[in-house]
Design a protein around this ligand. Structure first.
Ligand SMILES: [Zn+2]
Length: 473
């Protein structure tokens, strides 16, 4: 056998057995250049799993450490501090965690569901568990699981005509703090309301909060059974690889810019088509129904608030940025652009007008549970009360009905003064309602519905809040 062929075979064998071997690499970066380094690596397809701003270190998970070494020398030649600190293979990382399994307190998908059911049992007047796949008429995940939500509101088994918030966790399998952030937020809300905290009692009465702790149950199960560094779902791709990055798969501006890939083996594979995955379909259909005013989507790590429109024009940036800046200050987080388009929070804003933020919590992707509890949760705990305060601020409430029957109409709404350029949509919900946070002023609203005559009205935001619109056929 020729030498070249032997080397080739050895290479193929190495690639085949090490197909699922990952490396967690910690690099020291110059704090002034974190953004530049991050963007450079994301453009090269690297999966940055976390950022610790105190030590100025990035965590990168990759199956190709050699390529990272190459990028390391490129960045150094451009005068940036970029030094590899530590490389841990997933083999040693997994066996380390297998040994201390008893001490682990992070939940898998089953324990998370049990916790939701426990909350429903403890607070039956205020909390109700929904199997979202079933409720929304969609099939299960590839491994036969469902996504679950807890609605917290008065009459929690009904979808009432009231303002809404959605709190979401765990798009990325290995981000183990994020479903706890959602569960703990629900628990804290219910406990404090029970203890009589007036603001929270009034929020339960006048609004609904939907908690969806685990968007990626198959991936989460796989983290505990096989691979602690797993990120995507468990779809089998056409090229034989596994997993779509659910948070690159949403349809609004799918694949438009940032770190996403068309290659199945990539950590940021955007999927074969927009919203190809059952997990993204469920979350899209949920918010199509809820039309939430505010959404928080938890990821880890970085202690950062991420904002959308990395590319494209954001028409209502003044309203959005005001809430974003105050939220970041309130919890002591930094701010940066989203890594990519096709992420959930940009989708929910674009398609439904939900003012949505991605929060990267903590300073490493899998700290000990006590670090989550003592260092990360105290910041997370402030988020929902802040969002409830925002929800209580004036919103223009437009309600559209059929003039003859009084039936609510899911009409489409268009303000002449708000110049959308990315095919954003604003549509009334199944109650015919839409709640819009607007800068005070005068707006010309056009209301359209198939088979009905179009209608135009004037909105005086800041002066009058409720507008009833009756459409005629
Ligand atoms: Zn993430």
């Amino acid at each position: 056998m020729g030498k070249t062929i032997r080397i080739l075979l050895a290479t193929i064998f190495f690639v085949a057995v090490s197909a699922e071997q990952y490396y967690l690499i910690t690099v020291k970066v110059d704090s002034n250049n974190v953004q530049k380094v991050r963007e450079h690596l994301e453009t090269k397809g690297f999966d940055i799993s976390g950022y610790n701003k105190e030590t100025s270190r990035l965590e990168i998970i990759t199956s190709t450490p050699r390529f990272l070494e190459k990028e390391c020398s490129i960045l150094q030649s451009r005068g940036m501090t970029f030094a590899i600190d530590e490389i841990i293979s997933s083999e040693s990382y997994n066996s380390y965690h297998a040994k201390r399994e008893q001490a682990e307190s992070y939940y898998g998908p089953e324990e998370t569901l049990q916790e939701l059911q426990q909350l429903e049992k403890t607070y039956p007047k205020w909390a109700k568990v929904f199997n979202l796949n079933e409720w929304l008429g969609l099939g299960n995940t590839v491994e036969g699981r469902s996504l679950y939500a807890l609605q917290v509101s008065s009459n929690p088994d009904l979808l009432e005509d009231e303002a809404k918030i959605v709190i979401i966790g765990q798009h990325h399998a290995r981000e183990l703090m994020t479903h706890h952030a959602v569960l703990d937020s629900a628990k804290d809300y219910l406990q404090r309301a029970q203890q009589g905290e007036a603001k929270l009692l009034s929020a339960i009465e006048n609004s609904a909060v939907w908690f969806v702790p685990v968007v990626n149950p198959d991936g989460l199960a796989y983290v505990f059974s096989n691979e602690r560094m797993w990120r995507k779902n468990r779809t089998r791709n056409n090229d034989g690889s596994h997993g779509v990055d659910i948070n690159r798969n949403y349809s609004f501006k799918w694949g438009a810019c940032g770190s996403n890939s068309s290659s199945g083996s990539s950590q940021v594979f955007k999927g074969p088509s927009a919203q190809s995955e059952i997990e993204t379909k469920v979350m899209d259909r949920l918010n199509a129904k809820l039309q939430a005013q505010y959404i928080i989507s938890y990821h880890s790590s970085g202690d950062e608030v991420l904002y959308p429109y990395r590319c494209g024009f954001m028409a209502e940036a003044n309203v959005y940025n005001d809430v974003r800046d105050r939220l970041a200050r309130h919890i002591g987080f930094g701010k940066r652009f989203a890594s990519s388009s096709g992420e959930d929070f940009e989708h929910h804003y674009g398609m439904y007008g939900s003012i949505s933020f991605l929060l990267e919590i903590g300073s490493s992707f899998q700290p000990s549970f006590s670090t989550y509890r003592n260092r990360v949760w105290p910041n997370v705990q402030k988020v929902l009360p802040f969002m409830l305060d925002e929800l209580a601020k004036p919103h223009v409430h437009i309600k559209v009905m059929d003039k003859n029957t009084g039936k609510p109409l899911a009409a489409s709404l268009n303000m002449a003064e708000i110049n959308f350029k990315e095919q954003e949509q604003r549509t009334a919900d199944e109650h015919g309602s839409y709640r819009w946070r607007l800068v005070p002023g005068k707006y010309n609203l056009t209301i359209k519905m198939a088979k009905y005559k179009e209608q135009k009205i004037i909105i005086q935001a800041g002066q009058k809040s409720n507008y009833f619109v009756e459409l005629e056929k």
